[in-house]
Each structure stands twice: as C-alpha cells, then as structure tokens.
Design a protein around this ligand. Structure first.
Ligand SMILES: [Zn+2]
Length: 111
C-alpha cells in the first residue's frame, strides 16, 4: 500500500482509498489500473511465445542449411550430421506451431 498525492489538493491519500478525504476528488481505484497491466503482461507472454516460434523457425531453416553445406563440403555423410539435420528440420514445424499458437492466443485475448 502506498500514499499518492491528490492531484487537486496535494494531500497524501492512500492508493486503496476511492476518493480524497479532504476534497473528495476520486482517486483512481487500483482495480481500474490493474487490467491494462495484466493485458500488457499477457500479450508480452504471447509475444514471447511468438518470438520463440520465430527463433525456432529460423533455426529450423538455417541449421539444416548449414549442416547441408558442411556435409557437401566435407563430402561425408556421417550419421550424427544426418540426425542433426533431421532434428533441426523438425524445429521448423514446431516453431511454426508455437508462432501460430502465440498469434491465435493474442487474437483470442484481444477478441
Ligand atoms: Zn484532495
């Protein structure tokens, strides 16, 4: 709980109070301030999911490309490189799904 200065008379008012006890000016209730913060935090989380999805998609695109280049340059087809290629390629659809989920949930939330 914190004290805030009344914008009208300057008296210190508890942020839990609905109005200034001196001049009666309505103090913005915490309940009216919290929802936008929650939405902001939630959309940030969705953006995080989307960013993660984007990162995975990029990794799923570039890592197999790099492994492919290394494999063709060294002209060897090791099982480890092949396995890496397969796993890295799987990042692409996983990242895509995460990105879609992030977007869909953000849309749903702002609905
Ligand atoms: Zn006041």
């Amino acid at each position: 709980m914190a004290l805030i200065a009344c914008p009208d008379c300057g008296r210190e008012v508890s942020d839990a109070a609905t109005a200034c006890p001196q001049c009666g000016r309505p103090v913005q209730p915490p309940a009216a301030l919290k929802p936008p913060q929650v939405i902001e935090q939630t959309s940030k989380r969705f953006k995080g999911v989307q960013a993660l999805g984007c990162g995975l998609m990029l990794a799923g695109f570039f890592v197999p490309l790099i492994i492919g280049i290394i494999m063709s340059e060294s002209r060897t087809q090791s099982n480890t490189a092949m396995a890496g290629l397969v796993v890295a390629t799987l990042l692409l659809p996983v990242g895509f799904v995460l990105w879609i989920v992030g977007r869909a949930r953000a849309w749903w939330h702002h609905g």
